[in-house]
Design a protein around this ligand. Structure first.
Ligand SMILES: [Zn+2]
Length: 302
């Protein structure tokens, strides 16, 4: 199955548009203020949240008359305390959103002229703005696990020799995915692929009564009657049986793995969820026109 179909089809903000729309720092600041406050600045500190604020025009900051501190629009956002031009941040967001296969820190470093550590740090913060919660998945839902973090190449077909799962994977981290066909995907790192772990996540993310498609891994036993459960027997070479298959999720795994192996080479266990979130985010918003705008909203409302 081609992964091409998952690529974002609508045009996103490209870097020329960013330059044109936000030529200076002040343009970026004013835009963020609009996105975050829509004309009514609120003190961002702790419990304060006061509306009694006075603009300090020269500094592009505000003074809070309730808690007597000053703040700018970036306090508490992914841009906070970074001393990096907001225009570079905006460019970095656009570049990462447009990088269907992921973007290495080295590439970002060259594109926006920051050092490599800064590029890595910015990309990590941008990924944080890509972590989303959402409504329950429903209807036709595919579930599957994969392993990430190893150097092994795409052992696509028989990667999941059942019974072997959970073994020979010491250097890899299991990732569990749930995908609504024609809808969204959720994926996250899991500590193991036991029935307890997988089914707890399943129940938390999938609406009762949905049709769930899995392979024959024992951890999926007992999903019915809460869900209608269809199994394809990968062990005996069966991959599709009518609507029962996990090919859409397999396609997503392949995109994710290519990105991680190709751009990031190996990712640390600690940050794996951020990379996974980045790929989920692009997939989940594949049909939306203005993902840049959405990402800016996320970046100021963490
Ligand atoms: Zn305050």
């Amino acid at each position: 199955m081609s992964v091409q179909r998952y690529f974002i089809t609508k045009p996103l903000m490209n870097i020329i548009q960013i330059y044109n729309q936000f030529p200076k720092e002040i343009d970026c600041l004013k835009h963020l203020e609009k996105v975050r406050w829509n004309g009514k600045p609120i003190c961002p500190y702790g419990e304060c949240k006061s509306l009694r604020v006075t603009p300090l025009k020269k500094e592009n900051r505000y003074h809070c008359n309730a808690c007597n501190t000053s703040f700018s629009v970036t306090v508490g956002t992914i841009f906070h305390k970074t001393h990096i031009d907001l225009q570079k941040w905006f460019l970095a967001i656009a570049l990462i959103l447009n990088a269907q296969k992921g973007m290495s820190a080295r590439q970002l470093m060259r594109d926006i002229e920051v050092n490599k550590n800064t590029a890595w740090y910015m990309a990590m913060r941008i990924r944080r703005a890509m972590i989303e919660q959402g409504e329950l998945l429903q209807n036709l839902v595919e579930c599957d696990e994969t392993y990430i973090g190893c150097k092994n190449k795409n052992k696509h077909n028989n990667k999941k020799t059942k019974g072997g799962q959970g073994r020979n994977t010491k250097d890899k981290t299991p990732v569990f995915g749930i995908l609504e066909r024609g809808g969204k995907v959720r994926a996250q790192k899991v500590k193991d692929v036991t029935k307890r772990t997988l089914q707890t996540l399943l129940r938390a993310n999938v609406k009762e009564g949905s049709k769930i498609m899995t392979d024959e891994w024992v951890s999926y036993n007992g999903l019915s009657p809460r869900f209608a459960h269809s199994v394809v027997n990968h062990g005996s070479g069966q991959y599709v049986q009518g609507e029962a298959h996990t090919n859409t999720l397999e396609g997503f795994w392949s995109l994710l793995k290519r990105g991680i192996i190709g751009q990031y080479h190996q990712v640390s266990n600690r940050y794996l969820d951020r990379y996974v979130a980045e790929f989920c985010y692009r997939y989940n918003h594949r049909d939306e026109g203005d993902l840049f705008a959405q990402t800016l909203i996320n970046s100021v409302t963490l």
